[in-house]
Design a binder for this molecule. Sequence first.
Ligand SMILES: C[S@@+](CC[C@H](N)C(=O)[O-])C[C@H]1O[C@@H](n2cnc3c(N)ncnc32)[C@H](O)[C@@H]1O
Length: 149
Amino acid sequence: MEITMRPIGFVRSPYRTTSQVPKGLGAKHDAEGVLEILEEFEIGLTDIEGFSHLIVVWAFDRSEGFELLGTPPSDNRPHGVFATRSPRRPNPIGLTTVELARRDGRMLHVRGIDMLEGTPILDIKPYLSSIPAETLKRGWLAEAAARQK
Ligand SMILES: C[S@@+](CC[C@H](N)C(=O)[O-])C[C@H]1O[C@@H](n2cnc3c(N)ncnc32)[C@H](O)[C@@H]1O
């Protein structure tokens, strides 16, 4: 089975190469950018202004192949791809939560992007987390952070 998707828009980002995107434990993602939505989908943005944060689903269009076990920049130990946010995954789908600063027609000005310039956007959804911080477990990331202290 194959699933075909088409972009609803493209990311306008200050990052041109992967090396420019902050990486590793404690990396801060406060870069500003624009989610430029295609005209044919603009009506789908109706009422989005009321949400402070959005989940952006996008395609790693510049990563090749996948690795089921890999060592991420935030650790020196290997982890399964589904326990990481690696760009090299069987279905190269990225997920980023951004803060919506303002909407200007079909342009969403956002903060917190980690995507490269021109990244295809597959979907946008409002961020609605109902999981209390104290019940969230951070798995190997918490262990890697503790080892670095
Ligand atoms: C670790 S991934 C996490 C992405 C997203 N926040 C997620 O969790 O799915 C972020 C990295 O993906 C890479 N990246 C960003 N945009 C990309 C693109 N369009 N194609 C391939 N790699 C990309 C950059 O190197 C960036 O540091």
